[in-house]
Ligand binder design. Structure first.
Ligand code: DQA
Length: 143
């Protein structure tokens, strides 16, 4: 089972960026966490981060035929990107949405999630652990 984990803009700044919100773990720590969790679950995982909406759209399109599912933290694009929503719909792969913080208890502009209009599972507010929860859900869903 192959899973693509996508991380959107500014997640490469983890550890530096608003640590009181996002924690002190770096992006590299997050990638190691995801790889470890995937190994434990016997999943093949590829992790990709981009600050560019178009690159994320292309990564989703390229997942067709190569991956069995997607975990996505589209970061700020969650709340703005119809293009990412359309790409997810076009590809049709089982998708779990993850956020480090609880977007529902934050600013009003974070309440809307375009990704959530397609993703059948959303985990937010659980930090790195949310990625593991999404991987577990995908494994159950795909089999
Ligand atoms: C985030 C929440 C988004 O609202 C924000 O723009 C991010 C990170 C999270 O993981 O909590 O960049 O997706």
């Amino acid at each position: 089972m192959k899973v693509l984990v996508l991380n959107g803009p500014n997640l490469n700044m983890l550890g530096i960026r608003e640590p009181e919100l996002y924690g002190k773990g770096t992006y590299n720590d997050l990638v190691n966490f995801i790889r470890y969790a995937a190994r434990e679950l016997d999943l093949n995982v590829e992790v990709f981060q981009s600050n560019s909406e178009g690159e994320l759209v292309t990564a989703i399109q390229n997942a067709l035929g190569k991956f069995d599912g997607i975990v996505i933290n589209a970061a700020a694009y969650t709340h703005t990107s119809v293009a990412i929503l359309d790409a997810l719909k076009a590809v049709g792969l089982p998708t779990a949405e993850v956020h480090l913080t609880d977007i529902h208890s934050r600013e009003p502009f974070r309440q809307l999630s375009y990704v959530g209009m397609y993703a059948r599972k959303t985990v937010c507010g659980k930090g790195f652990d949310g990625y593991r929860e999404c991987l577990i859900w995908l494994k159950e869903t795909i089999k």
